[in-house]
Structure formats: C-alpha cells, structure tokens
Ligand binder design. Structure first.
Ligand code: SAH
Length: 208
C-alpha cells in the first residue's frame, strides 16, 4: 500500500522512467532505515541514519537515477556517499556495475552488509574519500554525488566517460539549499544544467 502510494507520488512529481519506478517499487527501503523508523520507510522523506547522516528522500533518489539516462547507454556507475546503501541498491537494480564510496567506516560496514544480505552482487563498496573518485574502474558512464559541495571535485570530472558521461551533484553551500546539477561530458566539453533544489549533508574532505 505505502509503496504504491509512493510510486503514485513520484509519477506526479515527474519521475516517468519505468526502470526507475520499478526499482523504487522493488528495493525494500525498510532494510536501509533505522529499525525504529521502519513504519516510515515508504514516506517520501529523507530519514536519519547512524553518524548524523541521512538516507535521501525517494524523490531525490529517483530524480538522480533518472538523470543518468541522459547517457545513451549507462552501465558503469560510481556513487559518492554510500550512506545506508539505498541509492546503491536502486542503481544496482537498473545498471550493470556499481561502485560506491563512503568516508565513515561504520556506515561503509553496515551498508556493505545490508547490500550483501539482499544479494546486490553488482555493487562494490569501499571506505575512502570520494573526492578522489575511484580511478581503478574509471571511466564511468555516470557519477552520482549524494553529499553537497560548493565546488566540483576535479577527479570526478576526469573520471567521467568522454562519450556522454553524466555527473549528478548537489552544488552549493552546505546546510542550505543546493542546486542539483547535471553535467554532461562530451570530449573535454562539459555542459551544465540545474534539475532541482535539494538539501544534502556536506561532502567532507577525508575519511573519519
Ligand atoms: N546515498 C545515501 C545517502 C547519503 S548521505 C543513501 O542512499 O543512503 C551522504 C553520505 O556521504 C554520508 O554517509 C557521508 O558520510 C558521505 N560522505 C561525505 N563526504 C564524503 C566523502 N568525501 N567521500 C565519501 N563519502 C562521503
């Protein structure tokens, strides 16, 4: 019931891609939220997780995922800010191979465990500073940054595929409203557009 209501709300907010709607309908968000908040798992809101971080609002997860389809054939995706692992699970349901980076060790361990338990075998987790990207598996068709920053980390631009690579990133001062920005790379040309106003926790500059 709650899931159907959420899907209905997302459609009304402009989420139209069937793969994205199917992923939201199939990933059990209750496994990614704190046990005391399970009854709110399908509310269209961000919720607190451990270490003063948050699991993003389903609408924002869906919007960022849908934006990746601006690439002609997205397969390899990098996420910065694993958090609960929910966004990674959504990506794993749709795309071929997912790499995700978290700077807080306890969150990395918990998310990795949740993703393994639910059998998302195409997600690769690491504990590191996402500002540096993950060079080993680059280039990526898409990179999603789920934490806010005033400036785009140069490594992320470098690790985007020169053939239509898409970066989705909340740009702006932290703890305020940021502009969810889409950047499309063609060779060494980067085209920018703003998708939505959002509010993310800050992208920090090292591991804990
Ligand atoms: N995508 C998550 C929501 C993440 S909240 C989900 O679906 O649940 C943002 C996360 O980014 C936090 O867990 C925070 O610790 C992490 N983070 C902040 N700075 C980072 C950095 N430099 N590298 C990697 N992760 C970072």
């Amino acid at each position: 019931m709650a899931r159907n209501q959420l899907i209905h709300e997302l459609k009304q907010s402009g989420i139209t891609h069937p793969a994205v709607l199917n992923a939201i309908a199939s990933v059990p968000r209750e496994n990614f939220v704190l046990s005391k908040l399970k009854d709110k798992a399908y509310d269209n809101v961000a919720l607190p997780i451990d270490k003063e971080q948050t699991i993003s609002q389903p609408y924002v997860v869906a919007l960022m995922t849908q934006a990746l389809f601006n690439h002609p054939h997205p397969q390899k995706i990098l996420e910065i800010g694993t958090g609960s692992g929910y966004q990674a699970a959504i990506l794993a349901t749709i795309f071929k191979e997912i790499w995700t980076i978290e700077r807080i060790e306890a969150l990395y361990i918990k998310a990795k465990h949740t993703l393994q338990k639910l059998n998302y075998t195409n997600v690769h987790c690491t504990w590191a500073d996402g500002n540096k990207g993950w060079l080993e598996h680059a280039p990526y068709d898409g990179i999603i940054v789920t934490a806010a920053t005033a400036t785009i980390p140069p490594a992320l631009l470098e690790q985007l595929s020169p053939q239509g690579g898409i970066l989705v990133i909340p740009l702006g001062a932290t703890h305020e409203v940021q502009k969810l920005t889409l950047i499309k790379r063609q060779d060494n040309h980067y085209e920018k557009s703003v998708l939505e106003l959002v509010s993310f926790v800050p992208l920090r500059s090292n591991t804990d």
